[in-house]
Design a protein around this ligand. Structure first.
Ligand SMILES: C[S@@+](CC[C@H](N)C(=O)[O-])C[C@H]1O[C@@H](n2cnc3c(N)ncnc32)[C@H](O)[C@@H]1O
Ligand code: SF4
Length: 449
């Protein structure tokens, strides 16, 4: 990394999985949500996000919304409430909606029993209409995946699997409390493929405790030997003030900023050498994968799951803490399990927080999304497309000019282009120039690199 880039690497910036970001959410209740649902157009397909907030063991790096459970009682109870929530949501919609994407996230969605998972999918199918080529994706933990569950997933129509891999080095695995030898991932991939689930994604991580560039290199090579369709390479976000269990990870066990940059760039170079295309700042996909194609034709999107080919404007959330994205704004279900359960059991949707968005937010959101997905933005064209004066984005210019001086972007006649490869690593900092809410001093986000 060049010395002039260090200040960007050290700064904390949003990941822009939404704009405005969740930091701007305030109180927003069921009445508003019901009104927004009632206004949804009948002819637009929607995406569903289902959150399963349970795992059997805590990985020390985990930043996800999850609870550790020993037996199945709490998971089984959650399943029952989730079934009820599907009915409430379907009833609140003015029509039987079509589903283009369904994503199970967690926690560990495959903690559901095969019986419950199958019943849940049938229930969703009874209340909504799955479009013929709908993307039906599940995040799964290879350590606890079973052949029986894989069979159930395939029978239920699941066609995309996202496996948590992280790092294959035994010493890194010991230091993140996640022992997962290669054979466990290998066998999961084999089971999935044998069942016809070929679209397999891996989550890998850099910046983990005691992880060295050589560990990243070894992990990437071994992961690529299994030929996943897509790879997400996440930088470990160390936020011990927010996730107390991360306090087990001492600051001095973590790679410093320079090492993090080196690890991220090393992974990028290696994955590309194997023929994958680089998508945004943390994704890679085979050239014939829908995500690579979307990145090439400019249709790639970004939503709460990160980079996506999901073009639906409407994403509705099910389960505790789920976030929904609607034309009118964002909504979030009650994060606490008890609050969520009691509300749903009382026959109400649990939205408690959210944000109505205005025209200015939409205008900025689309600009930020373009930077994050296309690595370029014709600022003047963008203003014109939104009926604004050509200088409506000029407030970003002073910051962008500094980025240009530092060699991360090129600006010509209000045409912004990210300079590769270094600009890609700082994509979030580049996008932040357009953010009307973010101030560096108040930031409690993760590090830019
Ligand atoms: C819900 S988990 C995936 C499914 C399953 N629970 C598992 O771990 O195998 C989502 C992914 O987020 C990533 N992740 C979790 N905590 C993170 C953190 N603090 N910083 C960056 N990425 C993180 C990991 O790569 C993880 O695989
Ligand atoms: S990384 Fe996955 S398995 Fe580990 S605690 Fe987080 S959600 Fe659970």
């Amino acid at each position: 990394m060049k010395p002039e880039h260090l200040k960007y690497a050290l700064s904390e910036v949003p990941r822009y999985t939404s704009y405005p970001t969740a930091a701007q959410f305030g109180e927003l209740g069921e009445a508003q949500y019901l009104q927004w649902l009632g206004e949804l157009p009948a002819d637009q397909p929607l995406s569903l996000y289902v959150h399963i907030p349970f795992c059997h063991e805590m990985c020390w790096y985990c930043g996800c919304h999850t609870t550790i459970v020993a037996g199945y009682d709490r998971v089984g109870a959650y399943f029952k409430t989730l079934m009820r929530e599907v009915e409430l949501l379907a009833k609140a919609l003015p029509h039987k909606a079509s589903i283009s994407h369904l994503h199970f996230g967690g926690g560990t969605p495959t903690i559901l029993s095969p019986e419950h998972f199958g019943a849940f999918m049938e229930h969703v199918g009874a209340h909504f209409t799955f479009l013929p080529h709908a993307d039906l994706a599940v995040e799964m933990d290879p350590r606890t995946l079973t052949p029986e569950m894989v069979e159930t997933l395939a029978s239920a129509g699941i066609n995309r699997a996202s496996l948590g891999v992280q790092d294959f080095s035994p010493h890194v695995q010991a230091n993140i409390h996640r022992i997962q030898p290669f054979y466990i991932v290998d066998r999961s991939v084999k089971w999935l493929r044998a069942a016809g689930i070929n679209a397999i994604n891996f989550d890998l991580m850099y910046g983990l405790p005691y992880q060295k560039p050589v560990d990243v290199q070894r992990t990437v090579k071994r992961a690529l030997s299994l030929e996943p369709y897509r790879i997400a390479m996440f930088g470990y976000a160390h936020v011990p003030w927010f996730k107390k269990h991360m306090q087990v990870i001492s600051d001095d066990s973590l790679p410093d900023t320079l090492e993090r940059y080196e690890e991220a760039q090393l992974a990028a170079d290696l994955i590309k050498q194997y023929g994958y295309e680089e998508i945004g700042f943390d994704h890679y996909a085979k050239p014939n994968d829908a995500m690579s194609m979307a990145a090439r034709d400019g249709s790639l999107k970004r939503n709460f799951q990160g980079y996506t080919v999901d073009e639906a404007d409407i994403m509705l959330g099910l389960g505790a803490s789920s976030i929904g994205q609607m034309p009118q704004g964002y909504v979030q279900n009650a994060p606490k399990l008890n609050d969520w359960r009691e509300t749903v059991e009382a026959g109400r949707l649990t939205v408690m927080r959210g944000l109505a968005i205005n025209e200015e937010d939409r205008f900025i959101r689309a600009a930020i999304e373009k930077v994050m997905t296309d690595l370029a933005l014709d600022m003047q064209d963008h203003c014109q497309a939104y009926g604004r004066s050509p200088d409506a984005l000029d407030g970003a210019l002073p910051k962008l000019q500094q980025l240009q001086t530092d060699g991360l972007v090129m600006l010509q006649d209000r045409k912004l282009t990210v300079i590769e490869p270094q600009g890609r690593r700082f994509l979030r900092s580049i996008a932040a120039c357009f953010d009307q809410y973010w101030t560096p001093s108040k930031s409690k986000h993760s590090k830019a690199v």
